[in-house]
Design a protein around this ligand. Structure first.
Ligand code: NAP
Length: 269
């Protein structure tokens, strides 16, 4: 396993010095900014070890605007796959040679395959979300009225489109910049005649009006990643009838949203 908490774009540009110091060759990586919180290396390195694959998965901090350059350096240095997290999922989509049809629909790329110098983009956020909801709540989004906070981001957009593809009965999109939610709402409406798609303003009064018609609240903003972050919405609006899915995870600790949901009696799993 890597002893580094994370590498940087600078490190990638002098990888020929770093590579010989590694106990296993680095062939896979996750990029983001921030990236130190990512638990992907723990999961992926355990999977590689279980399969007896002599390679490791590392974290690389890449600033916004540098995804294309980072992917060029990964390709040059023999990497075969890269995951992209906040805020790179749209930039990654633009950098691909080929995009898988689902990733195209979801409008974002979180997984890149590098083969023969060619970059192919995939998205596992949508399918992963569906599976997690079924595992956590024993229900499909087909039977849930879903509200997404942060619907305009890479993860939120993927979840919204995936919910429409599953024909969930109601989909409420909430985003800090409303201009991003409107075209997404039009896309989701076009994908499912069954789904009533609404854009909701991000304020207490507007949220209060829709919360009673919501079964599943999804936080797809980064709020909760950092100690001291404000909650994504007024937590007094939570009801025991809600199911709460926080896409934010924290190393070894519950997010404030999940703690508040448990206190209210809402389901978190
Ligand atoms: N658990 C999982 O499997 C999983 C998978 C993917 C992502 N995630 C997590 O999901 C979160 C979002 O990731 P992403 O890749 O979608 O990021 P992103 O593309 O940068 O999108 C962030 C979203 O959050 C909104 N936002 C950002 N800061 C905000 C603030 N201070 N107040 C209100 N809204 C704010 C943005 O609104 P604007 O449009 O107005 O900028 C945007 O909608 C991250 O915590 C990431 O780690 C988890």
């Amino acid at each position: 396993m890597s002893t580094q908490p994370f590498y940087t774009l600078d490190d990638l540009s002098r990888w020929e010095e770093i590579a010989p110091t590694l106990h296993l060759p680095a062939r896979l990586a996750v990029i983001g900014d921030p990236i130190a919180h990512s638990r992907s290396p723990q999961m992926m390195n355990a999977a590689l070890a279980a399969r007896g694959i002599q390679a490791q998965y590392i974290r690389v901090q890449v600033p916004a605007g540098s995804v294309k350059e980072a992917l060029r350096l990964f390709t040059l240095n023999g990497f075969v796959g890269v995951n992209c997290t906040i805020p790179h999922k749209f930039e990654a989509l633009e950098a691909m040679d080929e995009v898988d049809p689902l990733a195209k629909k979801l409008g974002a790329v979180n997984t890149v395959r590098i083969r023969d110098g060619k970059l192919t983009g995939f998205n596992s956020d949508g399918p992963g979300f569906l599976r997690s909801v079924e595992e956590a709540f024993g229900k499909s989004v087909r039977d849930l009225r879903v509200l997404i906070l942060g619907a305009g981001g890479g993860a939120g957009r993927a979840v919204a489109v995936q919910c429409a593809l599953e024909q969930c009965p109601e989909l409420t999109l909430v985003n800090r910049s409303p201009a991003k939610a409107e075209p997404l709402a039009a896309q989701c409406s076009g994908l499912s005649a069954r789904t009533k798609v609404t854009v909701c303003r991000w304020d207490d009064a507007a949220l209060r009006a829709v919360m009673d018609q919501t079964d599943l609240i999804v936080n797809a903003t980064p709020l909760g990643m950092k100690e001291g972050d404000a909650p994504p919405f007024n937590l007094a609006l939570l009801r025991a009838s809600h199911r709460v899915f926080d896409m934010v995870y924290r190393s070894g600790a519950e997010t404030p949203l999940i703690s508040a949901a448990k206190t209210t009696g809402a389901r978190t799993r």
